[in-house]
Write a protein that binds this ligand. Structure first.
Ligand code: NAD
Ligand code: 13P
Length: 352
């Protein structure tokens, strides 16, 4: 029987929790090698020590997931090319803005039989148009790439509170089931659907809605307003996804990656938190400044995704169809005040 070797590319908050989930399973399941390699974007801590060394000495990512043991079979590696060299299962989990550079470095460096999965919520937009991160990985590296998205606030899964997740796959259900086995635990319930674009767009677009929800919190507008923004946001998520990829399934929005992720992120996520602070300061402090202060090295995806979505709306002439998405970006860049989120998005109720 073939034994699969797993490497995780990324070691932030979610990357570290993914390592913990996977490492517990590779020890139990005979079809995987015990060791899980994790590429770490190397940094020197205030103590003068290297993050990689600390992870390998203590089994703990003291910067991005303090207090949680990852498993003794997780090996942190600061050398990207070496980390992926022997792997036939590659898990990508970095902030989306770094993936183009990472893929460039990995061209020709991965094994011919490798399979990939992306846990990354985001897309990239070029002159030629938008590209999902799983497609970037697929096209740059020539590997089949599934996605895993869901209502997955990493710190909650780290302490083994029950949650669900959705794997999106293109064609090969057997490969998708292998990923399901690699991630599933009694407290992390994973299912697979054949809708890679739908799953990935849900995970990506909900971050824009979470920014809007944070504005509502910062302005203390209450639960009804926040629910309205979430409802309008969900409608825009569905409409945008189907315009981009007509194959996207309605049912995907009822999976963990859809409505459930939208709810958890709008209640307890980092995008919501920083957007709330932005609205409380009346937009006087920038997102970059607040991100650095409140997240201590962790990264927001919603602000850049709002810009990327806005570029797509411009490229395709869809501005009028997506008042919430458009307004979030215009607030983020200071063109509109945070209070515009309700006035402008309200017009979305006209679209059904
Ligand atoms: P994070 O935001 O906690 O950490 C940032 C990471 O980026 C760190 O590992 C840091 O070392 C790395 N980094 C900084 N500069 C870099 C560079 N120049 N090149 C490469 N890496 C660099 O990361 P995360 O929470 O693991 O997020 C990764 C992805 O997972 C994102 O797309 C996010 O939306 C998604 N996600 C996060 C959560 C969560 O709760 N944290 C849950 C689900 C999905
Ligand atoms: P934030 O990045 O807003 O914390 O969202 C995390 C997430 O994607 C939960 O599923």
């Amino acid at each position: 029987q073939k034994k699969y070797r797993v490497t995780i590319v990324g070691s932030g908050n979610w990357g570290s929790v993914a390592a913990k989930l996977i490492a517990s399973n590779t020890l139990k399941l005979s079809s995987f090698h015990d060791e899980v390699r994790m590429w770490v974007f190397e940094e020197t801590l205030q103590t003068g020590e290297k993050l990689t060394d600390i992870i390998n000495q203590t089994n703990e990512n003291v910067k991005y997931l303090p207090g949680i043991k990852l498993g003794k079979n997780v090996v942190a590696d600061p050398d990207l090319e070496r980390a992926v060299k022997d792997a036939n299962m590659l898990v990508f989990v970095t902030p989306h803005q770094f993936m183009e550079g990472i893929c460039k470095r990995l061209v020709g460096k991965i094994k011919g039989d490798a399979q990939a999965i992306s846990l990354i919520k985001g897309m990239e937009v070029k002159m030629e148009g938008p590209r999902m991160i799983s497609s970037l990985i697929n096209e740059q590296l020539g590997v089949n790439c599934c996605v895993l998205m869901g209502a997955n606030i990493a710190n909650e899964i780290a302490v083994e509170k029950f949650s669900e997740a959705t794997i999106g796959y293109r064609e090969d259900e057997e490969v998708a089931q292998r990923w399901v086995r690699l991630f599933s635990t009694p407290y992390f319930l994973v299912s697979a659907v054949q809708d890679v674009e739908g799953v990935e767009l849900c995970g990506t677009l909900k971050n824009v809605v979470a920014i809007a929800a944070g504005f509502v919190d910062g302005l203390e507008m209450g639960n009804n307003t926040k629910a309205a923004i979430m409802r309008i946001g969900l409608k825009e998520m569905k409409a945008f996804s189907k315009l981009m990829f007509p194959s996207v399934k309605d049912s995907t929005f009822f999976e963990s990656c859809g409505v459930a992720d939208l709810i958890t992120t709008c209640l307890g996520g980092r995008n919501r938190k920083v957007a709330e602070a932005f609205a409380r300061t009346g937009g006087k402090r920038s997102f970059n400044e607040l991100e650095a202060e409140l997240l201590q090295g962790q990264k927001l995806q919603g602000v850049s995704t709002a810009r990327e979505v806005y570029e797509v709306l411009n490229q395709r002439g869809w501005q009028e169809l997506f008042p919430l998405f458009r307004t979030v970006h215009e607030i983020c860049i200071g063109r509109l005040p945070p209070s515009a989120i309700v006035q402008h998005s309200g017009s979305a109720t006209k679209f059904s």
